[in-house]
Design a binder for this molecule. Structure first.
Ligand code: CAA
Length: 282
């Protein structure tokens, strides 16, 4: 399959990062969001990251312009008709994703693979909204997508070998390392990482330490680059809560109950870096 144009639905931190990756590796990109403000925010995010790379001498100003020049923007999902492979990176809400997949299924060419960047919603559920279940797959990038090397490639029961092989190869072309993951709630990375973050929030909730104490303990004691609370702020507290809820309901296991403090912060709109306030102020 010859993939030239890569479609990205959603221009948030994940969608814009994925678009940057695809364009950097020479693909024409169409990035879509529901309105021009959202699309502009995504493009501004890419420009900010690329400008830093130019300042550091990692790429030239000319390369930056080429990367930006390959990215077209859209606020009409019908534009995805021109894409050879589409990834959805919208909000982590089943209803929203289902609607997007129904629409993409009716718009895109019949051989086009429709991938989702979901971090915890079962791929089979998303696939069942379409008439091309063999061409639906999870392609889960990590945040920030231009930096993190992992892609979880998640097959549902109906995903074909061909779809899986194409998605794996594409991941490698993006300079990433794909891992094959079964279609169970939160896959591998988030199934292990999110309970760790949630437990960090419980530590704060029960006041066994301050935000800084908890993060410092984990960074210096477990040799991880960011503590659980800093990392939650980077990922977005709404996403962390959505993943914990999907684990909790997906396995019917109380060990995955989200910390009440996490719920309180999300209710208050303290969603992390993107909101200017989470466990820390930005
Ligand atoms: N976008 C693009 N590039 C970025 C970036 C961003 N948002 N943030 C940092 N970078 C780049 C920098 O430009 C720099 O690049 P060079 O080495 O080429 O100069 C490099 O990353 C290192 O950045 P910094 O020197 O500024 O800072 P750092 O060394 O502290 O690294 C970090 C920052 C990469 C974010 C690092 O702290 C880290 O790896 N943190 C852990 C991130 C992580 O665990 N992500 C997974 C989250 S879970 C997930 O994503 C799954 C999910 O579904 C929720």
């Amino acid at each position: 399959m010859n993939i030239k144009t890569f479609g990205v639905v959603g221009a948030g931190q994940m969608g814009s990062g994925i678009a940057q990756v695809a364009s950097t590796f020479g693909y024409d990109v169409i990035i879509h969001d529901i309105n021009s403000d959202c699309v502009k925010r995504g493009i501004d995010n890419i420009k900010k990251v690329l400008n830093k790379r130019v300042d550091k001498g990692k790429i030239t100003a000319e390369e930056k312009e080429k990367i930006l020049g390959r990215i077209k923007t859209s606020t009409d999902l019908k534009d995805m008709k021109a894409a050879d492979f589409v990834i959805e990176a919208a909000n982590e809400e089943e209803e929203i994703k289902s609607q997007i997949f129904k629409t993409l299924d009716s718009i895109c060419g019949k051989n086009v693979i429709l991938a989702t960047n979901t971090s915890s919603i079962p791929i089979g559920k998303i696939a069942s909204q379409t008439n091309r279940q063999d061409k639906i797959i999870g392609m889960h990038f990590m945040n920030p997508p231009p930096v993190m090397k992992l892609i979880e490639v998640v097959r549902c029961l109906n995903t074909s070998d061909e779809t899986y092989n194409i998605t794996r190869k594409l991941s490698e072309k993006f300079g990433k390392t794909p891992v094959n993951v079964g279609d169970y709630p939160a896959f591998i990375l988030n199934r292990i990482l999110m309970p760790m973050i949630n437990e960090g929030i419980f530590c704060l909730f029960t006041r066994i330490g301050t935000e800084k104490d908890i993060d410092t303990a984990m960074k210096l004691g477990a040799n991880i680059p960011m503590g659980p609370l800093e990392l939650a702020d980077l990922i977005g507290l709404d996403t962390c809560l959505a993943v914990m809820r999907n684990l909790y309901t997906g396995f019917n296991d109380p060990k995955y109950r989200p910390c009440p403090l996490l719920k309180r912060y999300v209710e208050a709109g303290w969603l992390g870096r993107k909101a200017g306030r989470g466990f820390y102020k930005y």
